[in-house]
Design a protein around this ligand. Structure first.
Ligand SMILES: Cc1ncc(COP(=O)(O)O)c(C=O)c1O
Length: 438
């Protein structure tokens, strides 16, 4: 190894190993969400930025009871390595969870992973070569895109409206990419209570999109962390309920139970499942035995469906608080009105820029995620994602009031320096309808 000083001219002052990284590491950039967590965790800041579930609503005694029981009756197993595919008992129970969204499957086709995030990583590792294309909604889940990019794939955003991904646009994007000789490997979609858009893919579109994927030989990666967290009516059944061979389905206990366990899963066509197990073993040997057994015990002994109902009630109330605060304080904005999940997607009129507005917002003690975080192509400047999962309804109202002050201040500034403070709605990345504004 050459002395560090010799490397500095070609590296950077901060990282003398700069020139040594594999090319794929260039895709690993800190996301805007991540940078925000540090600032937004200060107690005086109302954070409408993160996607942290409200775990305080969990029955602590039941979770504690499951932990105690596992340690008392199965301690040596819980503390030991397990199978790379995950415990059979938990995989059987996962079948019951997925049945709530119309999925019938075999426990043998499930691979337990370290959160669904890890399943995204494994699927990317198996399928993505440099230069491949992943089709994804525009906007899309930021940390999935970080993974796709880290495998040197490009994300191509397909537009959405208030009913989710637009099938016609999907056809056009596939045709355009193919005419450029690009290889499309995956269609990554979050059909229910989308992160960050808050919208849900209609049943008719689910069928149409599956048909398009089939016709074009494209594997669908269905990411569904929020599907059971509906407010007034369930989301349509999962894509995987219709199509077995062309869909890899990802689920997680992070939002319906707790992310601290880091337990998610992939349900895959049989041949892919075998490869996923090998990739899982290569990466982590096995998912946490302890977490799996505790969750399994919890599912066996607690009223987990009742608990999900409790979460639905909490999030519904908070969503309503957010929508009414937006109506009161920011009537010139538009937003999606989700029927489940954690997020509202806000569209601001010109000339506001969400990324430029963020430092002022943090100074005013409110945090949000700029829309640019959810596009790989620089889009989303007129959008912000507001999450209502963690703060209380009172905090949400306070946060939106602060946000409105930030907007006024920003407009004053723009007027002073550019002679324009008036709001023009260009409709960019806006997919609300008048009914969604309710
Ligand atoms: C769309 C989406 N996919 C995957 C994840 C990762 O969840 P997990 O905690 O299961 O890794 C999240 C977390 O916020 C998410 O929103």
């Amino acid at each position: 190894m050459p002395p560090v000083t010799e490397q500095l001219p070609t590296g950077t002052n901060l990282d003398p190993w700069f020139d040594h990284y594999a090319e794929r590491a260039a895709g690993l950039r800190a996301s805007e969400v991540r940078a925000l967590f540090a600032v937004a965790s200060r107690p005086e800041v109302v954070s409408l930025a993160g996607g942290m579930p409200f775990v305080s609503a969990l029955p602590e005694d039941l979770v504690q009871g499951s932990i105690d029981e596992v340690m008392r009756t199965e301690g040596p197993v819980a503390l030991q390595y397990g199978s790379g595919q995950g415990f059979p008992r938990l995989r059987e129970q996962i079948l019951d969870v997925m049945a709530l969204e119309g999925i019938r499957a075999n426990a043998d086709d499930i691979v337990v992973t370290t959160g669904s995030q890890h399943a995204l990583e494994l699927v990317s590792k198996l399928f993505l070569d440099p230069g491949d294309v992943v089709l994804a909604e525009g906007p899309s889940y930021v940390t999935a895109m970080v993974i796709f990019r880290s495998y040197q794939a490009d994300v191509d955003h397909v537009p959405m409206d208030e009913h989710g991904l637009i099938p016609e646009a999907l056809r056009e994007h596939i045709a355009a990419l193919r005419s450029q000789g690009r290889t499309i490997k995956l269609l990554y979609t979050i059909p229910s209570f989308h992160n960050p858009a808050g919208v849900t893919l209609s049943w008719e579109r689910r069928l149409e999109i599956l048909q398009i994927a089939r016709e074009n030989d494209i594997l669908v990666l269905e990411d569904n962390p929020y599907g059971l967290l509906y407010f007034d009516r369930p989301a349509p059944d999962a894509l995987r309920s219709v199509e077995e061979e062309g869909v890899i389905y990802l689920g997680t206990f992070s939002k319906t139970l707790a992310p601290g366990f880091r337990v998610g899963w992939a349900l895959a066509p049989h041949a892919i499942r075998e490869k996923l197990v090998l990739a899982n073993e290569a990466a982590i040997l096995c998912p946490s035995s302890f977490s799996q057994l505790v969750i399994s015990k919890y599912l066996e002994t607690a009223d987990w469906k009742g608990q999900i109902n409790t979460f639905r009630g909490v999030y519904h109330e908070r969503k309503n608080a957010m929508i009414s605060a937006l109506e009161e304080h920011l009537p010139e904005f538009s937003w999606t009105n989700p029927h489940g999940g954690f997020y509202v997607w806000v569209t601001m009129p010109e000339p506001l820029d969400s990324k430029a507005m963020l430092p002022r917002a943090v100074k005013e003690l409110v945090a949000f995620t700029p829309g640019t975080a959810f596009y790989g192509d620089g889009g989303g400047r007129q959008n912000l994602r507001l999450s209502f999962c963690y703060p209380t309804s009172d905090q949400i109202r306070l946060g939106v009031r602060r946000l409105a002050n930030v907007v006024r201040g920003e407009l004053d500034l723009l007027e002073t320096f550019a002679g324009t403070g008036s709001l023009t709605d260009t409709g960019a990345h806006r997919f609300t309808t008048p009914t969604d504004m309710a």
